[in-house]
Design a protein around this ligand. Structure first.
Ligand code: ZN
Length: 304
C-alpha cells in the first residue's frame, strides 16, 4: 500500500540552533548538549560555511555566556555576539536564512525571560524591551525573529512595530506553545541561564493545558505570526497534530536540549542518529513543517 502522507524530513526542513559568544578564536564544547558548540564571531563564519556545505540553510542564533544583570541590558550592546554575527553572516552568506532568538533569559541575572516586577515578569515592560531588541536585530540583517519568552501579545506587538519601521519582510517565528518542562534544563545550563526565583511555570503552558496551547496558536494566527513553534517537539505530537488540523498557520517544532540529551548522551553514533530521525519523522507526520534541532549537522548526512 502506498503511504498517504509524505514524511518529507529534508535538510531544508531543519533549523540549526547556533550559539555565539564574545571574544576571538573561541570554540567551546557545550558538555550538556552533546556535540553542540559555541563560536566566537570570527569562528562563526567557518562554522556557518560548514553548515551550508552540509546542505543546511537555516540557523537560529543564541548567545552563550553573556554578561548578565537584572534587566538583561547587555542584549542591547550593539556589538553583542548575536548582533555582530547576524550582520556578518547576512553579508557573507546571502543564501543563509538567519533567525535570532528574541528573549532576555540569556542576559538576566535571575534567568527569567523579561524584567521583573517583584517576583513576576512584567509583561508590558518586557514587550517594550523585546521590541527595541527586535529592531536592533532587524538592523543587523536577520530574516526572522523568534520571540521565546511567552509574553502575552508578543506576535501582535512585534509585527506592528516591524511594519511601522518598514521591516515587513522580516518573519516572526513565535514560540507560541511552549510547555513548562525540565527538558529545557541542559540548554539553560549550557547558556548559563540560571533562574534564581523560578517563575517560568507562570507564563509557560502547563502539561495538561491543551486548550490553552490551541488558543495561543489561534491568537498567533490572527496576530501576524508567520510560524507558530511548539516546544518540546517529540513529547507534543498530539498538540502538533491537533494544531495542524485546526489552523493554516505553519508550524515548527523545537527539539529541546533535554530531548537531544536523551538520544545523544553517549554521542552521535549511527544508532542514536537513526533513532532520532525515526522520532523526527513522527514530528513531521504529526504536522510540523520544520524542526529546530541541535543535531541538524549530524543528521543532514542521512537526508536529501
Ligand atoms: Zn527566555
Amino acid at each position: 500500500m502506498q503511504p498517504d502522507i509524505n514524511l518529507a524530513l529534508k535538510k531544508s526542513s531543519l533549523i540549526t540552533p547556533f550559539f555565539v559568544t564574545s571574544g576571538n578564536s573561541r570554540e567551546i564544547s557545550l558538555k550538556l548538549l552533546p556535540e553542540a558548540r559555541a563560536f566566537s564571531v570570527d569562528k562563526a563564519l567557518k562554522a556557518a560555511e560548514l553548515l551550508q556545505t552540509a546542505g543546511l540553510s537555516s540557523i537560529a542564533l543564541f548567545e552563550y555566556g553573556a554578561e548578565k544583570d537584572s534587566t538583561g541590558s547587555m542584549a542591547f550592546n550593539a556589538s553583542s555576539a548575536v548582533t555582530r554575527t547576524a550582520s556578518l553572516l547576512r553579508r557573507e552568506f546571502p543564501g543563509l536564512f538567519i533567525i535570532s532568538d528574541l528573549c532576555f533569559c540569556q542576559y538576566t541575572s535571575h534567568g527569567e525571560c523579561g524584567v521583573l516586577n517583584g517576583t513576576a515578569v512584567d509583561n508590558d515592560e518586557s514587550l517594550k524591551l523585546a521590541g527595541r531588541l527586535a529592531i536592533q536585530y532587524c538592523e543587523a540583517g536577520v530574516h526572522a525573529l523568534m520571540p521565546s519568552g511567552m509574553l502575552d501579545g508578543a506576535a501582535h506587538y512585534i509585527r506592528s512595530l516591524l511594519n511601522d519601521r518598514g521591516y515587513t519582510d522580516v518573519s516572526i517565528f513565535n514560540q507560541t506553545a511552549k510547555f513548562a518542562s525540565s527538558l529545557f534544563g541542559p540548554f539553560r545550563r549550557a547558556a548559563q541561564s540560571h533562574e534564581t526565583q523560578p517563575c517560568k511555570s507562570s507564563y509557560q503552558i502547563g502539561i495538561g493545558c491543551r486548550a490553552q496551547a490551541m488558543k495561543q496558536i489561534e491568537i498567533d494566527q490572527c496576530s501576524g505570526a508567520d510560524v507558530a513553534l511548539i516546544k518540546p517537539a517529540i513529547f507534543n505530537l498530539d498538540i502538533i497534530s491537533s494544531a495542524s488540523e485546526s489552523f493554516e498557520l505553519p508550524l515548527a517544532a523545537f527539539c529541546t536540549s533535554g530531548e537531544h540529551a536523551l538520544y545523544f548522551a553517549n554521542g552521535c553514533d549511527d544508532e542514536a542518529l537513526r533513532s532520532f530521525i525515526f522520532a523526527l519523522e513522527r514530528v513531521m507526520r504529526a504536522g510540523a513543517g520544520s524542526i529546530f534541532t541541535y543535531a541538524a549537522p549530524y543528521i543532514a548526512r542521512y537526508l536529501q
